[in-house]
Design a protein. Structure first.
Length: 123
């Protein structure tokens, strides 16, 4: 039987470097989970409020070890399983809906992936 523990919301306010965001999230995991961890226990951390009173959650543990987590994407969000095909279809739909917003999205993705490459090079 699975035990679900609903935790306090994880909020990152302002503009922080990636390593500080990671430290804040990991510290939250440690402070919250140290007394309750074990087989069959899930920790649900709300991270963002969505339309229609829905929440986006980080769930721990994830599939890997250490501080891995998964993001709970419910069916009503319309993202299905998040396969490459589904992501491509969603991006095409976004491009058709609003060219400028799609361009902004692509720039954000490129900026993020460039930062990831830099972090991998440094590490």
């Amino acid at each position: 039987m699975k035990k679900i523990i609903k935790c306090n919301k994880i909020e990152v306010k302002g503009s922080l470097p990636r390593h500080k965001i990671v430290r804040k999230v990991v510290d939250t995991f440690i402070k919250t989970e140290y007394q309750e961890k074990g087989k069959g226990v899930e920790f649900w951390y709300p991270v963002e409020s969505l339309p229609k009173n829905k929440q986006l959650f980080i769930i721990r543990p994830g599939h890997k070890k250490n501080f891995d987590f998964k993001v709970e994407v419910t069916e009503e969000m319309g993202l299905k399983e998040g396969s490459h095909v589904q992501i491509a279809l969603d991006l095409r739909r976004k491009r058709q809906e609003n060219q400028q917003k799609f361009k902004d999205l692509l720039q954000s993705i490129e900026k993020y992936t460039s930062a990831q490459k830099i972090m991998l090079t440094i590490c």
